[in-house]
Design a protein around this ligand. Structure first.
Ligand code: PMP
Length: 297
């Protein structure tokens, strides 16, 4: 119980459920010192983690990329998530699973013996989608920023690590916009700070290729699958800001937002929530969530 009489949330820390106020990490933790950790943001719908295998695959890839051998199976990680959801009596939730290289005081060079810090953080997040209330306040306003996406050669873009300074600096440039659009070092459109970008023109659906400086978003993957299923041609390519400006519809995707329509990019207005392809894909996304999480056969 907290002072105001509400029940305190429980988080999973290194294999134990602990009250939120006691869920603390050492100042010597490499996740705190250097951002030396991997994480996934997930959503639970009706108590089921949506796209768990895809998230677990990406986490595994991130850990492999940064050479972090945490020694936990994906079954064990899933068990800890389920236990945390149950302890908090949550079925519809935001879930964050973080694994850092743990407490290793001393040098920047990581030691081989890793005692990872493993945290499962949860908070209530209603289903949202088109039938409920979306988690976002309204369609996004997007601004192209000067800050460039870190090139893959400097920091592998398919690794989802604790270090978000690139995105934080991009967000600090925003003037009256919700999300920053980053280009790569050659000026090609990459992605948002925490989202992938899609646009629709007369040739179909487009999104920057993951051959570029783009995190392979799980929501991006689902949207491309849904588009393929319905016959909307989906293209993964290299695009310039002008390609976006000339589009009919633009939307952003991430695990928390799902499909978030975009109202403006750099002051240019798009069809937003009423765009036919955005509407169609949002409905199909909702249906996918319904089928796999709420009403699995
Ligand atoms: N790009 C970046 C940089 C992100 O941080 C995120 C959020 N994880 C995404 C894209 C979207 O990924 P996902 O759909 O897996 O949430």
């Amino acid at each position: 119980m907290t002072d105001d009489g509400t029940t305190e949330r429980q988080y999973h820390l290194d294999g134990e459920l602990v009250p939120a106020s006691a869920a603390t990490v050492s100042v010597d933790d490499r996740g705190f010192r250097y951002g030396d950790g991997a994480f996934e943001t997930l959503r639970a719908y009706g108590g089921q983690i949506f796209e768990w295998e895809a998230h677990a695959d990406r986490l595994e890839r991130t850990c492999e990329t940064i050479g972090l051998e945490h020694g936990l199976s994906r079954t064990e990680l899933a068990r800890r998530i389920d236990e945390t959801l149950a302890a908090n009596d949550l079925e519809d939730a935001y879930v964050r699973l973080s694994i850092t290289r743990g407490v290793q005081p001393g040098t920047l060079t990581p030691r081989e013996d890793v005692d990872p810090t493993v945290v499962v953080y949860v908070k209530p997040l209603p289903r949202g989608g088109r039938s409920g209330d979306p988690v976002w306040d309204g369609p996004a306003t997007v601004q192209t920023v000067k800050r460039r996406r870190i090139p893959d050669a400097a920091l592998p873009v398919d690794a989802k690590t604790h270090n978000y300074l690139n995105g934080i600096l991009a967000r600090q440039e925003l003037y009256d916009a919700d999300e920053a659009l980053l280009r790569d070092m050659d000026g090609y459109v990459a992605e948002g700070t925490t989202s992938n970008l899609f646009f629709v023109d007369e040739n179909g659906l487009h999104t920057p290729t993951t051959e570029g400086s783009v995190l392979p978003g799980i929501t991006r993957k689902v949207v491309l699958e849904l588009a393929a299923d319905t016959g909307v041609p989906g293209h993964e390519g290299w695009y310039r800001p002008d390609d976006i400006r000339e589009a009919d519809e633009v939307f952003l995707t991430n695990t928390t937002w799902e499909i978030r329509p975009v109202e403006t990019v750099d002051g240019i207005t798009f069809e937003g929530e009423d765009g036919p392809v955005t509407t169609l894909l949002s409905r199909l996304f909702d249906q996918r969530v319904e089928d796999v999480c709420y009403a699995p056969s």
